[in-house]
Design a protein around this ligand. Structure first.
Ligand SMILES: C[S@@+](CC[C@H](N)C(=O)[O-])C[C@H]1O[C@@H](n2cnc3c(N)ncnc32)[C@H](O)[C@@H]1O
Ligand code: SF4
Length: 451
């Protein structure tokens, strides 16, 4: 237990805290704020800006029991095609509000399962997006791919449209774990998709894994990691499984007594970390790993790593425009989220052309706390000098927060030339530390375990 001492002292194994993919976290968005501000924020995008686009596809052919993503099951493509029709309307309305000269630097298709679309429907959707937005030279098209639901024709369609990054869901290869999470996916299915994409020339492949799943053991997870390493991904996301059955009803099918305890979760994360570092990956932030050839690695090395709703990113664009049910847009002055339920989203678009509902308008102080939290989450540091340069009116608050952090987390921070830096063995505490300066901290809201 000794090696866990500082982590235990600061509550790592009990804390339920946000993942800070945004500040404030999305559960603090307020009704109607997105609707009221959407047009103002869209028209405030600068004429020559490069923006990022996210499109949410909230459908899957099977619903995995572990999954906390916003999605719904469907056995036919009828509701998917109808949904894409609505997406086309939303894209047209939003595009008309944006300045003519903007370009699209990133397009991410997420879900749910974007690869559920037929090649014909995907072509209609992407024709619309590329018709509406001119792309930059370094444009990136990334797509979340479920290997059990991705035909060669659909993958080829995506390649033909310029897909240059794929994110493939794996979770775990152990049959007993797959049985217990309701997601059967053979090694061959995953291998076949990776090979297809490599043969098509794709250079950037990410695999998603989870630790903390039912019946996962150190030995079984080592085996899963060995399979994954043999597939030679450029990047890996290894998330801690969030068991939140009160929020994600399908998780009631997973019995909590089959889950590893928090210390065991920590050990599983440590196994992944040690193994991946030993074969040449670099740990990025709290849950990503990248090869030296991957752009996330470069962003990390050059201090350009960012955090957004997909987790860690090298995307530097300040505006993100989300399309589809529950999709979130990020503007300089706030967040805007579309209606979450697919039916409510569709009704709003049919009536108004857009579907904004919740949102959050950022005050200057919110922007300061957001910058502090992004620095902690991305660089494990509190860069007093840089913060002062960006927020000159908040000098006192920046200094007081530094003092409070040093006093409260005495074994965690060391003073460096430009501010405070966390000691590497304390990195797992970063979400707890972010939560300490989070002004929205509310113990009644739903958050996930710190590891
Ligand atoms: C939209 S989902 C998966 C994309 C695709 N539909 C698939 O199944 O491969 C994106 C990722 O979220 C992660 N995820 C889903 N539910 C989670 C949970 N309860 N806790 C932590 N991560 C989760 C999984 O790693 C998953 O691959
Ligand atoms: S993991 Fe993927 S396929 Fe499974 S329910 Fe979630 S989004 Fe759908």
């Amino acid at each position: 237990m000794e090696k866990h001492d500082p982590l235990l002292r600061y509550g790592l194994f009990d804390a339920k805290v946000p993942r800070y993919t945004s500040y404030p976290p999305a559960n603090h968005f307020q009704n109607d704020v997105g609707r009221r501000n959407q047009m103002k924020w869209l028209t405030s995008v600068e004429g020559n800006e490069t923006v990022s686009i996210y499109i949410h596809i909230p459908f899957c052919k099977r619903l995995c029991w572990f999954c906390a993503c916003r999605t719904q099951g469907t056995t036919t493509l009828r509701p998917v095609d109808a949904y894409v029709d609505i997406l086309l309307k939303e894209i047209a309305t939003v595009r008309a509000k944006l300045p003519d000269g903007i370009t699209m630097g990133r397009l991410h298709l997420g879900g749910g399962t974007p690869t559920i679309l037929s090649p014909e429907t995907m072509t209609i959707l992407l024709d619309k997006v590329f018709g509406a937005f001119a792309i930059t030279e370094d444009f990136e098209l990334s797509v979340e791919i479920d290997p059990t639901e991705a035909s060669d024709e659909l993958l080829q369609t995506l390649i033909d449209f310029g897909m240059n990054r794929a994110s493939i869901g794996v979770q775990d290869f152990a049959p007993k774990v797959q049985d217990a999470i309701g997601r059967l996916q053979t090694l061959e299915q995953t291998n076949d998709v990776v090979k297809f994409l490599r043969n098509a020339g794709l250079k950037a492949i990410n695999l998603d894994l989870l630790y903390g799943l039912p019946f996962q053991t150190r030995a079984s997870f080592r085996e899963t990691l060995a399979h994954v390493i043999s597939m030679d991904p450029d990047r890996l996301a290894i998330y801690g499984y969030a068991h939140v059955p009160w929020m994600s009803k399908r998780q009631v099918l997973i019995k909590s007594e089959t889950l590893p305890d928090t210390i065991e979760r920590y050990e599983l994360a440590a196994i992944a970390n040690d193994l991946l570092l030993s074969v040449g990956y670099k740990a990025i932030g709290i849950d990503h790993f990248a090869k030296p050839t991957d752009s996330l690695y470069t962003a990390d090395r050059t201090g350009q790593l960012k955090r957004n709703f997909q987790g860690y990113t090298d995307d530097q664009n300040k505006t993100l425009i989300g399309f589809g049910a529950s999709a979130i847009s990020h503007f300089s002055d706030g967040y805007q989220q579309n209606a979450v339920a697919t039916s409510a989203y569709q009704d709003r678009v049919l009536t108004n052309g857009v579907a904004a509902h919740k949102g959050y308008e950022m005050s200057d102080n919110d922007k300061l706390i957001a910058a502090m939290i992004e620095e902690l989450m991305c660089r494990f540091s509190y860069p007093t000098k840089d913060l002062r340069a960006s927020f000159p009116k908040s000098e006192d608050q920046i200094r007081q927060t530094a003092v409070a952090l040093m006093q409260h987390y005495i074994d965690v921070f060391k003073i460096s030339g430009s501010g405070l830096v966390m000691q590497p063995e304390t990195f797992p505490l970063v979400r707890i530390i972010a939560n300490y300066i989070d002004l929205f901290t509310n113990k009644d809201t739903v958050h996930t375990a710190a590891i």
